[in-house]
Design a protein around this ligand. Structure first.
Ligand code: SAM
Length: 302
């Protein structure tokens, strides 16, 4: 959970009271290991869902629906919601909350092991023109693996909406020159326009986390020519490798992480030179666009 400050049960709203009653009835206690801080505030859930630009023909993949706080408003916007929840104990609650939503499919699975490609194949055959969007309120530590899994199954969803702790949001949207800039910002920035939309205070959750959260929206860039032909999960891997040793030079980090093949290692100095970059350049100095150019330079002819 997000640095919990205890349940902090001050002033129960009707939504909170109903959620507590539901959890008690189903014998559910929030599971810290699964990062369970459930959103209690329906108007915040509506605002988050509104950031997902899915239309009535489109699919939203929701990771970690919990007790359905976001699933409900998402299902009112999108043609269909696929909600993948790891916690078996929450499934009866989800079924209860989503009883009258015929356009929601709930799957009990660890999203990281869920056969998303297999699920999407028949859906895609029936909805060839529909867009795919992603929404998630999940612990930050699984954000990168989740994105990797999404990217390897969907290629590029039209939008991503994440509710994460405030510091994690800063890391997602940070650019070069910021201490928060990291592999997610560097690789997502090539494909998406990222922005932090609003903060969500601890009292919107049960149990209350000890830190503020924030909503990050990523919308697919129209102008992503530099990203042409780059598999997003491959760029994510390269950026992970580049940032793996922040104090080292980019070239040394890529080498130490084992990302470079021998011919790429030999080509790297020339690629950096042609990009007008010093051989001592560090990972945090390259813009997302430069990561795309670097990727093209290192994989040309592969
Ligand atoms: N979306 C709900 C909300 O906003 O109230 C729940 C958010 S809670 C922070 C995170 C949810 O993700 C929990 O329901 C948890 O069980 C689920 N979760 C954690 N890891 C998961 C995984 N690997 N696959 C699917 N669900 C996961």
């Amino acid at each position: 959970m997000r640095g919990d400050s205890g349940s902090g049960e001050t002033g129960r709203s009707p939504e909170r009271a109903a959620a507590i009653e539901r959890m008690d009835r189903h014998g559910i206690r929030p599971n810290r290991r699964l990062g369970q801080n459930f959103l209690m505030d329906a108007s915040t859930a509506d605002r988050i869902a509104a950031l997902c630009p899915a239309g009535s023909e489109d699919l939203v993949i929701e990771i970690g629906p919990g007790m359905g706080a976001l699933t409900l408003p998402l299902s009112r916007r999108a043609g269909q919601v696929l909600a993948v929840e790891i916690d078996r104990g929450l499934i009866p609650i989800l079924r209860e909350v989503l009883e009258d939503r015929t356009n929601v499919t709930v799957e009990r699975a660890d999203f990281l092991r869920f056969d998303l490609s297999g699920w999407l194949e028949p859906w895609r055959a029936e909805h060839p023109d529909a867009q795919i969007h992603v929404a998630a309120n999940v612990p930050y530590y699984i954000t990168t693996p989740i994105l990797r899994h999404v990217f390897s199954s969907v290629t590029l969803p039209r939008s991503l909406v994440f509710l994460v702790q405030k510091e994690a949001a800063a890391r997602l949207v940070a650019g070069p020159g910021s201490g928060a800039y990291g592999p997610l910002g560097a690789s997502l920035g090539v494909f998406y326009i990222l922005k932090t939309c609003f903060r969500v205070p601890p009292h919107a959750f049960l149990p209350q986390p000890g830190v503020d959260s924030a909503v990050v929206q990523a919308v697919l860039r129209e102008d992503r020519e530099t990203a042409d032909g780059i598999p997003p999960e491959a760029l994510l891997s390269m950026a992970d490798a580049a940032f793996s040793h922040r104090r080292k030079r980019l070239a040394n980090s890529l080498e130490a992480s084992g990302w470079l093949e021998p011919d790429q290692k030999a080509a790297l100095p020339g690629v950096l030179r042609r990009m007008g970059l010093d051989e001592k350049v560090r990972a945090e100095e390259l813009s997302p666009e430069q990561y795309a150019v670097l990727y093209h330079g290192l994989t040309a002819g592969k």
